[in-house]
Design a binder for this molecule. Structure first.
Ligand code: FUB
Ligand code: ZN
Length: 635
């Protein structure tokens, strides 16, 4: 059913300054510093199964849970990110680090293939007894993804072989047969990994196991998490989250119509389901995903592509509940949304998926990584009183390696190929050579996107060749113009599902020019989003903007407003963050001068003119700490 195949990031050269800078930062600073952090925080040591086990570094919380239990996943994710880095350039130092981890894992692995360093080191007698909470299969999934990426980057099989033994053990342990456990992980992840493994091994056992975990999920009675809770002597009703909506096992996945619970778990599950749609031509599952997609994107997504307003369940609450200053909007959730969106996009090339992918990529996900590449956001609120800061490390460092693996592989989101089709989803200066039915085609896209929408695409088929070039026309773009070798294309009539389709015999040296004008747009939220009522946000191209104290020292950010007719200017700022575009606006500020020392009065505050500067949201909190707001009162 999947008609399109993403072009692997390793076959895409990132040349544009925007992503080149992010990529270099990740390669030279983020990946090495993450290894240092894994080392300094005892995470690498845990792979050596120290005897006796050292005291917990991360104390148990009120539910007796420690995030230390899924340290293996952090290592796996780092290996994956570092392996992506290796595909950009080999590095003996990084390889030695991964090889050392591999040897620790090989030593830790039990004779039956089992490999989870928490359980092996601390409570092996309890393995597989609490899938609901303890992330065993989640850890296996991330380690497996790391092993696959390392094998693909270097050709070295040792870690992959270790993980294949573990997967064999998992496949014996879980499944429909008598004597097997009919379970699945409380935190979905292994499903994605097994499908990636299938792409390497072509062993259908791996695909079937992924399908089993998805299809078994939420089938009851009896519910698997009830069964295992009782087996370990716990009362299932005492589950701290109170509902299996938390981990999307409240109903069989095909019967789910609302996006609920923990946001990252949900997104990873939907990504895996989208893979299964493609692998099994599963139309029913596709319809389920379309319903869920519509549910989340029309009622539960922040303007930044952030997901999950609540800290309580790290996830969703009720429709239109999108508070700004308390937004959880975990970096991982936006990254995972990108994974899901990409898989949906490649089923049948519907630009709506690419629009969300781009929104999350440039805003809610990218904000998770600091300019210096060594600080992070876990939560990505849309307003702050100045107390929300980037941190160097976290007791739960899941977001750190999610954002590094995303940036290190960002080239993989730019292009897809399909039957006689080359599709361009993202712009920003990227080149590739792909194989179509008629032969090889090189494509070089040059632009300074996302700061400018003037795009040039040079095509170089090895000889004259007929195929369809599909250029994404983002949902925010209006008055789009395009030419082929200087001749105008009728964009309106040639655009299908968000893609401008140009089918012709392409010749070496052909050039397409695409102009996506980028005025500053005012954005309004659905009237039911109480937090944004009477407020306006600014967007230019794919970037959502915010007002930050550092640029606006003369006024307190929450007092700044933007009248409906106010003029908005664009300013090119080579001096700021290596060269960005800011929005300069004729705003207002609420005057406190004539407001007496009372909370309430019969007249609103007097507003005086105040010109302010807004920067791209993803860049906030890279200077001195201060207030920030995305949604401004329209006043
Ligand atoms: O539980 C593993 C990861 O840690 C989740 O994906 C994040 O939400 C954080 O809880
Ligand atoms: Zn995270």
């Amino acid at each position: 059913m999947r008609q399109y195949t993403p072009v692997n990031f390793a076959d895409v050269a990132i040349e544009g300054s925007f992503w080149h800078e992010r990529l270099e930062t990740v390669l030279t600073r983020t990946i090495p510093s993450q290894h240092r952090q894994l080392d300094e925080h005892g995470i690498l040591e845990s792979l050596t199964i120290p005897e006796p086990p050292p005291p917990l570094r991360i104390p148990r919380n009120s539910h007796a849970f420690t995030t230390q239990i899924f340290w293996d996943s952090d290592v796996g994710k780092w290996i994956e990110a570092a392996s992506y880095a290796l595909r950009h350039r080999r590095d003996a130092g990084i390889e030695a680090q991964i090889d050392a981890i591999t040897e620790d894992l090989a030593r830790a692995q039990l004779p039956d293939g089992y490999l989870n360093c928490w359980y092996i080191g601390r409570e092996i007698e309890n393995r597989w007894t609490n899938l609901r909470d303890n992330h065993e299969l989640y850890c296996a999934g991330h380690m497996l993804e790391g092993a696959i990426a390392y094998y693909q980057a270097t050709g070295k099989r040792r870690l992959l072989d270790v993980m294949l033994r573990y997967v064999d053990h998992i496949a014996e342990t879980f499944g429909p047969d008598a004597g097997q456990r009919h379970g699945y992980c409380g935190h979905q992840e292994i499903e994605i990994a097994l499908i990636k493994l299938f792409a390497v091994t072509r062993d259908r056992k791996h695909l079937q196991l992924a399908a089993y975990f998805i299809n078994e999920r939420g089938r009851h009675p009896p519910h698997y998490f009830d069964v295992e809770a009782k087996a370990r002597g716990d009362d299932p009703a005492a589950f701290w989250a109170r509902t299996y909506e938390y981990n999307q096992s409240h109903a069989p996945v095909r019967e789910q119509t609302k996006v609920v619970g923990h946001a990252v778990r949900a997104m990873y599950m939907y990504a895996a389901m989208a893979d299964l749609v493609a692998e099994f031509d599963d139309a029913e599952l596709k319809r389920t995903l379309e319903t869920l997609w519509s549910d989340v994107t029309t009622k539960q997504m922040y303007v930044t592509g952030g997901l999950g307003p609540s800290k309580h369940n790290e996830g969703f609450t009720k429709y239109y509940d999108l508070p700004n200053d308390t937004a959880y909007a975990e970096t991982c959730a936006s990254v995972a949304l990108i994974f899901w969106a990409q898989r949906m996009l490649n089923i049948d090339l519907d630009g709506g998926y690419a629009d969300v992918l781009e929104r999350a990529l440039y805003n809610g996900a990218l904000s998770g990584l600091s300019r210096d590449g060594e600080h992070y956001f876990y939560e990505n609120p849309l307003a702050s009183d100045g107390s929300h800061r980037r941190w160097r490390w976290h007791t739960c460092p899941c977001c750190t390696m999610n954002v590094s693996r995303l940036v290190a592989s960002v080239g993989g989101y730019f292009y897809s190929t399909g039957p006689d089709t080359l599709a361009v989803h993202l712009y920003g200066g990227a080149s590739t050579t792909v194989s179509l039915d008629g032969g090889a085609v090189s494509l070089r896209e040059s632009s300074t996107y996302p700061f400018d929408g003037s795009i040039r695409i040079a095509l170089d088929p090895h000889e004259a060749m007929r195929f369809k070039l599909c250029l994404r026309i983002p949902d925010w773009a209006r008055d789009v113009a395009a030419t082929v070798n200087g001749e105008a294309v009728d964009v309106m009539s040639s655009t299908v599902n968000g893609y401008l389709q140009i089918t012709r015999e392409w010749r070496p040296g052909d050039v397409v020019a695409l102009d996506l004008p980028m005025p500053v747009d005012r954005i309004y939220a659905h009237p039911r989003v109480a937090s944004d009522s009477g407020r306006v946000a600014l967007r230019r191209g794919p970037l959502v903007f915010c007002v930050e104290g550092a640029d606006n020292p003369a006024a307190s950010v929450p007092l700044i407003g933007l009248p409906r007719e106010a003029r908005l200017d664009v300013d090119r700022r080579p001096d700021l963050f290596g060269g960005i575009v800011t929005v300069e606006a004729d705003g207002t500020v609420a005057s406190l001068d004539d407001w007496p020392d009372v909370l309430y009065r019969g007249e609103p505050a007097v507003r005086t003119p105040h010109r302010f500067t807004a920067i791209p949201y993803y860049l906030w909190n890279n200077r001195e700490p201060g207030e920030m707001a995305v949604w401004l009162p329209e006043a």
